[in-house]
Design a protein around this ligand. Structure first.
Ligand code: AMP
Length: 547
């Protein structure tokens, strides 16, 4: 027998309406390309979103159409990420850091007919535009003259909006209607599309806003230093709007980023570990000024324990280490301490916080061996993490040949190898594709990197497997030093690692570089490192097993 409750569709419309009705005076701040800060409130955002939804419809946009963006994090980008799904179309933020040929394939697959372009990205966009057929380009934050120099003239964003009425009424009847399309970063193969629904995004937003997850409140000022194309900025903008928190958009590399934290009173900031490693020295110098900052949400890559300690002990900023994937909208686990950990030492607490955490409510997780048997949660058994949740993809966009990615009983194979302890804390050991198999034994690149980063003069480190005739594969470490030196540091690093690992784990070679290549979302790009060191190397077969 069915219950007798309202069948009220869970859609993004409710998030937007709530932000307007209940938190209309809350603000969105944006650092513009010219360095100035633009500020307005959710009321204005709401009105402009309605105008934009009208303008898109008038231009011919229909429900189910894919509408792309090629932009940095700005208030206009947020407006588009609200207006497109509000009008029943699919918002598709393009990863501006991908190569034009790769992007062209994505645009073709998504059938994007309308693209919103940020003036600051217009030059990169011109390289893509040559390769695609796009009916309409709408340009925002463009310099005077930028439009005139274009081969195909574009529509100016403010004019586009101002010509439309704000009387648009959204009419999305089915919560399972598609609302956003995000592509995986594709470091281990071609990027694949994940098509979120209104329902999945709504439920992800509710789950993310729980106290032990993002834990956002109406008093928060949130700075997502995560591009909107990376799983909709990890869902932070929608979560902030639902909670009534203020949002601060900034360019992660902007020299005035710490000023912006101070001026806007940021309380919660989110980004990959590289961002926090880069900002640490300035935050330490200006510790008193940045006292509003109370929490970091960190994920995408393992957060080194030394960096966690620097924030927690040195700056008194709580670090919440999270794990997830584009396929999971993206949140899967979050690391918060249990009551039982209250009396542990600070160092012991940081050790727990360096784990990726426990599944958030709504996410089911299991650990599976190579022969598909379920493994115990004992903190020792290493297996592939498989997940399911209302915000996990059930397949890839326009891609039927995905049995390698999903199990027959409907779980997502994440391709991540991990242990899970009896308390439910997961610790990533490696990507299945990155783990090194040497003489039949496994070597975790993550574990080696974590210990390398504990060495005082190492600023960044990555370990990759290189082919070896005798052992199959051997580890090679690439390091960035904080101080230049002519001395060979290899022996010192060998000894440093030997205190924690067996002899066969120690990399055969240590290569000092100025910078470690990063992917479009700021993660270590191991494929690029391999290409840099061994240009003729072909990907090993298990690189393509999952992603
Ligand atoms: P993406 O879809 O680009 O967000 O990439 C997802 C992948 O990033 C996961 O499958 C993991 O391999 C990796 N990842 C995400 N968060 C973490 C984390 N906290 N620690 C280690 N790896 C992570």
């Amino acid at each position: 027998m069915f219950g007798a409750m309202m069948n009220y569709p869970l859609t993004l419309v409710q998030i937007l309406e709530h932000a307007h009705r209940i938190h209309g005076d809350k603000r969105v701040h944006t650092q513009l390309p010219n360095g100035k800060v633009h500020t307005y409130n959710y009321d204005t955002l709401y009105r402009r979103v309605k105008q934009l939804a009208n303008a898109i419809t008038t231009l011919g946009g229909r429900p189910g159409d894919s509408v792309a963006t090629f932009a940095s994090n700005r208030y206009q980008h947020l407006e588009i990420c609200c207006a497109v799904p509000y009008a029943g179309a699919i918002i598709h933020p393009l990863n501006v850091r991908l190569a034009p040929t790769q992007l062209a394939k994505i645009v073709e697959e998504a059938e994007d007919k309308l693209i919103f372009v940020d003036g600051a990205c217009a030059e990169q966009f011109s390289k893509l535009e040559e390769k695609i057929e796009c009916e309409h380009v709408v340009l925002f934050n463009a310099d005077t003259g930028q439009n005139e120099n274009r081969t195909n003239p574009s529509i100016e964003y403010e004019q586009f909006i101002s010509e439309a009425d704000d009387d648009y009424i959204s009419d999305i009847q089915d919560e399972n209607w598609a609302m956003a399309l995000c592509y995986t970063s594709g470091t281990g193969g071609e990027p694949k599309g994940v098509l979120y629904t209104h329902r999945s995004m709504y439920l992800h937003t509710l789950a993310a806003n729980q106290a032990d997850v993002f834990g956002l409140t109406e008093s928060d000022v949130v700075m997502p230093l995560v591009p909107l194309f990376h799983a909709m900025g990890w869902g932070l903008p929608y979560a902030s709007m639902f909670a009534g928190a203020e949002i601060v958009f900034a360019d992660v590399k902007h020299e005035r980023i710490v000023d912006l934290i101070v001026e806007t009173g940021v309380t919660v900031a989110a980004g990959v570990p590289t961002v926090w490693a880069r900002l640490l020295p300035e935050l330490q110098k200006r510790k008193q000024e940045v006292s509003s900052l109370r929490r970091l949400i960190v994920g995408g890559e393992p957060m080194p324990p030394t960096l966690i300690e620097a924030y927690e002990k040195g700056l008194r900023v709580e670090v919440r280490h999270a794990w997830g994937m584009t396929e999971m909208s993206p949140t899967g686990t979050f690391c918060t301490l249990r009551k039982a950990h209250q009396n542990l030492s600070d160092t012991e607490k940081c050790k727990i916080k360096a784990m990726q955490g426990r599944p958030i409510p709504g996410v089911q997780m299991r650990l599976v061996s190579e022969n598909e048997t379920e493994l115990p949660w004992d903190g020792k058994a290493i297996g592939e993490v498989q997940v399911r949740s209302p915000w996990t993809a059930s397949g890839y966009y326009k891609n039927d040949s995905t049995p390698g990615h999903f199990t027959e009983d409907g779980w997502l194979r994440t391709g991540d190898l991990a242990t899970i302890n009896a308390e439910g804390y997961m610790q990533i050991v490696d990507r299945a594709k990155a783990i090194i198999r040497s003489g039949g034994e496994s070597i975790s690149t993550v574990a080696l990197e974590t210990v390398l980063l504990k060495y005082p003069s190492i600023k960044d480190a990555a370990v990759i497997g290189i082919p070896d005739e005798k052992w199959g594969e051997r580890p090679l470490a690439v390091v960035v030093l904080s101080l230049q030196t002519d001395c060979d540091i290899s022996e010192t690093l060998r000894q440093h690692l030997a205190t924690e690992f067996p002899k066969f784990w120690i990399p055969d070679k240590f290569v000092v570089v100025d910078e470690i290549p990063k992917t479009g979302v700021g993660k270590t790009d191991k494929h690029a490192i391999l290409q840099m060191l061994l240009p003729n190397h072909k990907r090993k077969p298990h690189y393509v097993k999952h992603r």
